[in-house]
Design a protein. Structure first.
Length: 365
């Protein structure tokens, strides 16, 4: 963590984010940013707004507890989080006490109260803009237009909202707490998939491609991290085709996920859902692990130009990439591993940019 200092001393930051009750990309970034802001002297409150389909599986609390385990008592005093319902009184209460409001996605209620209370309001926009004239879509467009600063997580998402880029808009990729360090290329083994086990995240396509290639399971195992509604289907597929190289890890701690990432030869991220960004390729590249990825939405950006790319949803295309990775020489692999990390610096911005933008906005009012 950053050493405690007074850059943001006594500044109260309210974050609001939609929440389904499961730990994912938005939750990861909120915690990462909150930790950085608190270490700089700020007080941070995170309100997770329960949306349709909400079911708390406990993963958010587990990750939050893991993060806080390394904090001093002084840091813990400056952090608060809670789940809230729409129009919950806590929203208005904390917003009134805040100095700046940071919304994660277009939360109309957050924008409304920020404007009513004359609070500076910034917004990180995670999802590409859907087309249509439905009331909800119109409300989201209004919310985005009223934010004092708009930060899109990828060029893919940005272009969907702004054909002509506006003043006070920028691309600021979200990040999680990145793994650090690395191990020798010769000690890395196999492939790693990290994500929700839902149809369009590509786990079905991956398993079928892995079955077709049928690599040596001892040299090229496939580790699956995450969970979701397809778990039983995944287990049945592995059993049916006797895929001894597939290892199910389920939902793991951040520490264990980082360890698995560093020890893998390749990160495989094959969604076919118009993915907005994709954090796992960034985590892999931060420790020099190159990616096999689909050219799906923002994944094309985050996987890096030295990734092996496949057609979204195409089993044969992914299988060809896996074969290419297996047959790659150590020299070629070393080049890709080096460039995967080297090029990352051109894409990811440092977290302190958020602190800088907060202060600029506060000083201008």
């Amino acid at each position: 963590m950053v050493d405690e200092n007074s850059e943001l001393r006594d500044i109260k930051v309210l974050m609001m984010a939609p929440c389904l009750g499961k730990f994912g990309g938005i939750e990861a970034f909120c915690l990462t940013l909150a930790e950085d802001l608190i270490s700089r002297g700020a007080e941070v409150q995170i309100l997770r707004k329960m949306v349709s389909g909400f079911h708390n599986d406990g993963t958010i609390e587990r990750q939050e507890k893991e993060m806080q385990s390394s904090w001093s008592a002084n840091l813990e005093k400056r952090y608060f989080s809670n789940f809230v319902k729409p129009r919950d009184q806590l929203i208005k209460k904390f917003l009134k006490k805040s100095d700046i409001v940071h919304l994660h996605n277009p939360l109309v209620e957050g924008v409304y109260w920020a404007k009513k209370e004359n609070k500076p309001c910034v917004m990180t926009i995670y999802n590409w803009q859907r087309r249509g004239w439905y009331p909800r879509l119109l409300a989201w467009r209004w919310a985005v237009s009223k934010a004092d600063r708009r930060w899109y997580i990828s060029d893919f998402v940005w272009k969907s909202w702004e054909k002509k880029r506006k003043v006070f808009s920028d691309r600021l990729p979200v990040i999680s707490r990145m793994p650090s360090g690395s191990i020798l290329n010769s000690k890395r083994r196999g492939f790693l998939f990290v994500g929700r086990w839902v149809p369009k995240k590509g786990i079905r396509v991956l398993l079928e491609a892995y079955r077709i290639v049928s690599p040596d399971p001892k040299i090229w195992p496939l580790s699956l991290v995450g969970d979701g509604p397809l778990r039983q289907e995944v287990e049945n597929f592995i059993h049916k085709f006797e895929l001894t190289g597939v290892q199910i890890h389920g939902f793991v701690s951040e520490k264990e996920r980082h360890k698995l990432t560093k020890n893998s030869k390749w990160m495989i991220t094959p969604p076919h859902t118009q993915e907005d960004l994709g954090l796992t390729p960034l985590e892999a590249r931060s420790v020099g692990v190159p990616c096999i990825a689909s050219t799906d939405g923002g994944i094309l950006e985050t996987a890096g130009k030295h990734a092996l790319f496949c057609i979204p949803g195409d089993v044969k295309s992914l299988a060809m990439c896996i074969k290419k990775a297996i047959n790659m020489t150590e020299v070629d692999y070393a080049k890709r591993a080096f460039m995967a990390k080297e090029d990352l610096e051109d894409y990811v911005r440092p977290l302190d940019q958020y602190k800088t933008e907060y202060l600029k906005l506060l000083e201008s009012r």
